[in-house]
Design a protein around this ligand. Structure first.
Ligand code: MRU
Length: 367
């Protein structure tokens, strides 16, 4: 199942509404780029790679909506849509990455008609979506190699097909290892306050038939110290040039606890999540979300806290690079020192993109 898809018969983009899972499987349709921005902000769609793809399709809709009669006017309308989509959520760099790729595609010097440019933008967004699936499956093949034949894995937030177009990043590694016949069991952090683990990850793992145990976030340290966890796998929203990794709030605590128990801590993310323009994690903007997410879990109108209580709700935290064992990308695991090892991989990804090449799980088999 794809989380987000273009519907050619209707010229719209459809997305599964992640706010109502696992109770309802409901799909929403969008024909307006501003509504796509609102869907990203309101977390109809979420997860770093998925919002990059949503933004790319948002740009396709903006091109369709544009009344421009010249390329310059079309570019002006696309820039305006870019700014609205870019402002939807601040932390995941994939949003910027997807938008920049679409702007580059639109800005090519061209003699084609406006409708041909619109068609080219649609092809580019579809390419970004297709590549995402292939890249996730390749990361899955690389990551599965790092897991023992029998493994208890701890996972935070949701990094599955829902957080991407399909397959997933950290959860994609778990899926690949499971499909290879490895005996994987997952401790699923519920992931307060929005409960992406309980609502989304548990739903996906149950569909894939992967054995799992849902735990309160606070229980993770107990299982780690007890020797019941062989590896921690998480995704990333943005990785700085020195390897500092911003991911769902609570990730840092897991990494620190894993270090104390000598458990490998793996970040699984495509190269599009690596932001070499940001030197350290401290420079990454951390989204502060609605206090109601903390006081009213699952939107229960009664809430759990006294009326008017002061709340802090950072959606992400920074895991310092020194706590990370390896960053698993579509080019394989990258090890410290990350300030030296990330750059060549990002350069390789850029060269492959220029050459129209995308790595695949078969490449991993032949390594
Ligand atoms: O606030 P969310 O649900 O968008 O946060 C998602 C995460 O933090 C994921 O772990 C991250 O995007 C990597 S998912 C492939």
């Amino acid at each position: 199942m794809r989380t987000i898809e273009w519907v050619p018969e209707k010229n719209i983009v459809k997305m599964i509404d992640q706010r109502v899972l696992p109770h309802e499987e409901s799909w929403l349709e969008f024909d307006d780029s501003r509504e796509v921005a609102e869907a990203i902000r309101g977390m109809v769609i979420r997860g770093a790679p998925a919002i990059g793809v949503a933004a790319a399709f948002g740009m396709v809709l903006a091109a369709q909506q544009s009344r421009a009669s010249t390329h310059d006017d079309l570019l002006r309308d696309l820039r305006a849509a870019h700014d609205v989509l870019y402002a939807a959520r601040p932390t995941a760099v994939n949003l910027r990455w997807g938008l920049e790729r679409m702007m580059q595609c639109a800005s090519h010097l061209t003699t084609e008609t406006l409708d041909e440019t619109r068609a080219r933008l649609l092809r580019e967004a579809q390419r970004i979506a297709d590549e995402d699936v292939q890249i996730n499956q390749t990361m899955g093949a690389h990551g599965a190699r790092l897991l023992p034949r029998q493994a208890n894995v701890l996972h935070h937030c949701n990094t599955g097909g829902l957080a991407t177009v399909d397959w997933g990043t950290a959860l994609g590694v778990i899926r690949s290892a499971h499909e290879q016949g490895k005996g994987i069991h997952v401790f699923v952090d519920e992931t307060r306050p929005r409960l992406q683990g309980a609502r989304l990850t548990a739903w996906e793992l149950m569909q894939w038939g992967v054995p799992m145990t849902l735990i309160a976030d606070n229980a993770a340290g107990y299982y780690m110290l007890n020797g019941q966890v062989d590896a921690v796998l998480v995704g990333a929203d943005r990785i700085a040039a020195n390897g500092d990794t911003v991911n769902k709030i609570g990730t840092y605590k897991l990494a620190a606890t894993a270090k104390d128990s000598n458990i490998p801590f793996y970040v699984v993310a495509p190269t599009s999540t690596i932001d070499l323009r940001t030197l350290t994690g401290k420079e990454i903007p951390i989204e502060e979300r609605d206090p109601r997410e903390v006081t009213h879990p699952d939107d229960d109108p009664r809430g759990i806290a006294p009326e008017g209580v002061q709340v802090g709700n950072p959606a992400f935290d920074i895991t310092p690079h020194r706590l990370i064992t390896a960053i698993i990308t579509e080019y394989g695991p990258i090890y410290p020192p990350f300030d030296e090892t990330l750059l060549p991989v990002v350069e390789r990804a850029a060269a492959d993109r220029r050459a129209g090449r995308v790595v695949s799980p078969e490449d991993v088999l032949h390594e």
